[in-house]
Design a protein around this ligand. Structure first.
Ligand code: ARG
Ligand code: ZN
Length: 882
């Protein structure tokens, strides 16, 4: 079949813009079906650009042009040329004023890019290239303009009219419509533009900045949700204070507004002074939201707020530099959450996510560097690599510099580049200068894709007390990058003696032993050898403490050593990691031996952990959580979907029956305290208690079943309700499963009017390991509450099934794949971004057995055959098949 392949955009083709826009005036006459947009752009030729043919080329899509004039004179059709995705204005002077009037249809915009309808409101999403769906513009981040915006609307339908910057007056027009003005004094790229219009209520608070300015803070929500904004508001205030204290960054506008919308492609958006959020990351009460939801809100509210400096005041030169703002801002929000809660637990969660999402991406067909060098559709590059690996790369630099020098380096970055659109290289240059170190080799972390593997070997010479460690680094090839160069990798090393104490790590050539503890070794060559002196006994190495670099570590630990580190390592992260490795070993061995027999030593290690009453419950819950089915699959040469599921269930049941008394004791302890709060301790108790309960129920423990039912009936908070419901639905015996079904029906009755809670109801069913789950998911597509045009709902049902239920999605008969193929083809014309994201599990087809490979490929090929595919889906499917 003939197809014109969409164009590839390359970093190496970057050219500065030929024109700059200093000022923009926009006037939007808002209407759900036909909004009129008047734009006036003050343009000027860019002295730094090479001169083209004199034409001005503006981006624009899905726009109906109604009028165009230059310096006040209407243009004749010969003076411009209109195309599908741009407008050429011929021979414009070096300075000019261009006025256009276009019409757009927000109600038809199901892609949710540009101006669209969500419920009864109008809102925008412009990152990355949505502004071109609002007006003709130089829609690229290195064109930064001052925006003045006027919003005209019927005050009965749209009483609240918001845009970026500061309020600048309003009036009532002769026809009764209201006109509200906004002015943003800070030049910004078009992707940070936003408006919201709707019948919204504001939850208000106030923040006084370090220099004493009182900033009104408003969270706008649909009426009825006012009582679910408390946590978001508190998180915002904490984030504003933290950014002042940790980075010296003060808020810069007179107001700060947030809007929660129900239809949103991503988590949230950092539009200047007007953050727009997926309602999921704002709305929460203990009865409606889980602890994980609360944590997500705190993190995302902070993330978007932090973008005000890392993203908005200093933005990206081009979209290849996306990690400049995203990697840095994720690092900042991770550190914020670590400071607000438990640093150790936060690190574990972050690494768990990195390994579950970014590592597979980095070894698959869509692998790309933190700074990609080409793309077809930029929306496909809002990835775990750009975000989470990008954050790890910033974290390594922060750790290499240490807190004082890192602060000096970020101060320099803010001072030097404020108001500019810059590159990741500019950022690294500030780290080098402010930190006084050479990061030449380190820069490869930005340009080289793939997860480096570290192979460690050691030996010990008892006669001289010398311990030798040899580390080999190797990065597997990735698409377009067959050969890899060695990276500069900080390897945090501790040596643990037989009593579990840290030994001093004294390198050969050093005359004095340092204090006992962690040393950071710099790996630069393909092979590095270290000699450590003064080891009276053979140490157990604790490698990559705190996960000091985003690498895959290989060291031939014995099971005894892992149990030992799990119990004694002074590094909390490595205690957890040892437990994970141990569990992974046991599980993979069970798959290999086709057995459900669990080694007694493993249960002993779990028992010992459970009996430690001094342990932090949150950390203990992390330690006692088995690696996910997805993660275990990643560790196998060929993913054995059914084997993994079988042994993981068996191990959980063995824990539940073998350690029933210990689990009961811990469950009882976690339940002893009354009341609900969101302290780290309370969340930790709930996490640990619910984990114990899940093990007990999995083993069919009668008391556990009763407790789960009671916990569900108690309806104390959503964390406990969902945990109980999930365990009941997964219970091995039919009677309990029937009780679970009944509970599920009750849950629906109670929450039918709360969309975010209903999402949980859909997801629970989609993730059920019951054999008939696909049939149920197909029935749920017909449920009146299901909708293909609400991304949260699509993710809750289709996404949760395809990405969160490996054993049913990857059923050998290919039913799951056909189901996903059908849904992607339905979704692509509606919302390409969402369709493209759902594809992810099928891009992994090479990791499965021949039968599944063939079935997944068949679906990918079938999708590729379809005419009029979006660039988003085309790029992911075609690269997956390459
Ligand atoms: N900048 C937003 C954030 O991370 C995400 C926007 C993503 N937009 C997109 N079209 N992919 O906070
Ligand atoms: Zn972001």
């Amino acid at each position: 079949m003939y197809r014109t392949t969409p164009p590839v955009t390359r970093l190496s083709d970057y050219q500065p813009p030929e024109f700059l826009i200093d000022d923009v005036s926009l006037r939007l006459e808002l209407d759900a079906e036909q909004t009129a947009v008047d734009a006036e752009l003050s343009l000027r030729r860019n002295p730094a650009a090479t001169r083209g043919n004199g034409d001005l080329r503006l981006d624009g899509e899905h726009l109906a042009l109604e009028a165009i004039s230059l310096n006040g004179r209407a243009l004749t059709p010969a003076e411009y040329q209109l195309e599908d995705d741009h407008l050429l204005v011929h021979r414009v002077p070096d300075r000019c004023r261009l006025q256009t009037r276009v019409r757009i249809n927000p109600a038809e915009n199901t892609a949710l890019e540009g101006l669209y309808v969500s419920g009864g409101m109008l809102c925008t999403q412009c990152e990355a290239e949505g502004f071109r769906r609002i007006t003709y513009f130089l829609d690229r981040p290195d064109v930064m303009a001052r925006f003045r915006v006027s919003l005209v609307a019927d005050p009965a339908r749209y009483p609240v009219l918001l845009s970026n910057g500061n309020p600048a007056g309003e009036e009532t027009l002769a026809d009764g419509r209201r006109c509200v003005h906004w002015e943003d004094p800070f030049p910004k790229p078009s992707y940070l533009f936003a408006i919201v219009a709707g019948d919204l209520v504001a939850v208000e608070d106030r923040f006084t900045t370090a220099s004493g300015r009182a900033i009104p803070l408003c969270i706008y929500v649909e009426p009825g949700n006012e009582d679910k904004c408390d946590h978001a508001m508190r998180s915002l205030i904490k984030a504003m204070r933290w950014d002042e204290e940790r980075y010296g960054r003060e808020y810069d506008l007179d107001v700060f507004n947030i809007v929660a919308v129900s239809h949103f492609n991503m988590g949230a958006m950092e539009n200047k002074g007007l953050n727009v959020f997926n309602a999921k990351y704002i709305l929460a009460r203990p009865e409606t939201a889980t602890d994980a939801d609360f944590a997500g809100i705190e993190g995302v509210v902070a993330h978007e707020y932090f973008h005000n400096w890392t993203g908005n005041r200093i933005t990206c030169r081009d979209w290849f530099q996306l990690s400049l703002k995203e990697g840095l801002t994720v690092y900042r929000d991770q550190e914020f959450s670590a400071d607000m809660g438990s640093r150790g637990v936060k690190r574990i969660e972050d690494v768990r996510l990195l390994r579950a999402r970014q590592f597979p991406e980095d070894s698959g067909p869509m692998a790309h560097p933190v700074r990609p060098d080409s793309y077809i559709e930029i929306n496909n590059f809002y990835t775990a690599t750009v975000y989470e690996k990008g954050a790890e790369v910033v974290r390594m630099q922060a750790n290499l510099l240490g807190p004082e020098r890192f602060r000096k380096a970020t101060d320099l970055y803010f001072e030097r580049f404020d108001g500019q659109a810059v590159t990741t290289d500019d950022f690294v240059a500030c780290m080098e200068e402010g930190g006084g170190i050479d990061l030449t080799q380190f820069r490869r972390w930005y340009s080289q894709a793939g997860t480096p593997q570290l192979d460690c070997e050691d030996d010990y010479d008892a006669a001289t007390g010398t311990y030798r460690l040899e580390v080999r680094q190797h990065t597997p090839s990735t698409p377009g990058q067959p050969e890899k160069q060695p990276l500069h990798i900080p390897l945090a090393l501790g040596l643990v003696d037989a009593e579990g104490r840290d030994m001093p790590v004294q390198l050969a050539g050093e005359s004095q032993p340092p204090a006992p503890g962690t040393r950071i070794l710099a790996l630069r060559q393909p092979v590095e050898r270290f000699e450590i002196l003064g080891c009276a006994t053979r140490p157990v190495p604790s490698l990559l403490r705190g996960f000091s670099a985003p690498v895959q570590l290989c060291y031939p630990y014995t099971e005894e050593q892992l149990s030992f580190l799990m119990a004694h390592d002074s590094d909390g992260f490595n205690r957890w990691d040892a437990a994970q490795t141990l569990a992974q070993r046991v599980l993979l061995a069970m798959v290999d031996d086709a057995t459900t027999a669990v080694p007694a030593s493993f249960l002993d290690a779990f028992r010992e952990a459970l009996q430690d009453e001094t342990a932090d419950p949150a950390l203990l819950a992390e330690v006692l959580t088995l690696p996910s089915e997805g993660y275990l699959g990643e560790q196998m040469t060929v993913v054995d979907v059914d084997g993994i599921h079988r042994v993981r269930q068996a191990l959980a049941a063995a824990i539940g029956s073998g350690l029933a008394a210990e689990l009961q004791a811990v469950y009882a302890r976690t339940r002893s305290e009354e009341g609900f709060d969101l302290s780290h301790a309370a969340m930790g108790r709930r996490a640990l208690g619910n984990l114990c309960l899940a093990y007990l129920v999995r083993a069919g423990d009668a008391q556990g079943l009763e407790q789960a039912q009671r916990q569900f009936d108690g309806q104390a908070n959503m964390t406990d309700v969902i945990a109980a419901l999930r365990t009941l639905l997964e219970a091995p015996d039919a009677e309990t499963a029937a009780a679970g079904e009944q509970a599920l029906a009750g849950f629906y009755e109670r929450w039918a009017d709360e969309p975010l809670v209903l999402d949980k109801w859909f997801a629970l069913q989609a993730q059920s390991s019951r054999p008939d789950t696909l049939a149920r998911v197909e029935r749920l597509l017909e449920h009146p509450a299901f909708s293909l045009t609400n991304p949260n709902r699509v993710r809750a049902l289709i996404g949760a099934f395809a990405s969160g239920n490996p054993v049913r999605f990857h059923a050998a008969d290919g039913g799951g794949y056909r189901f996903l193929g059908d849904r992607i083809l339905e979704l692509d014309p509606l919302n390409p971004q969402i369709a493209s994201r759902l594809l992810y599990p099928m891009t992994r087809w090479r990791r499965y057995d021949a039968g599944r490979q063939q079935q997944m490929r068949a679906q990918l090929e079938r999708i590729l055959e379809v005419e009029g595919l979006s660039n988003d889906v085309y790029e992911v499917v075609s690269k997956s098949l390459e």
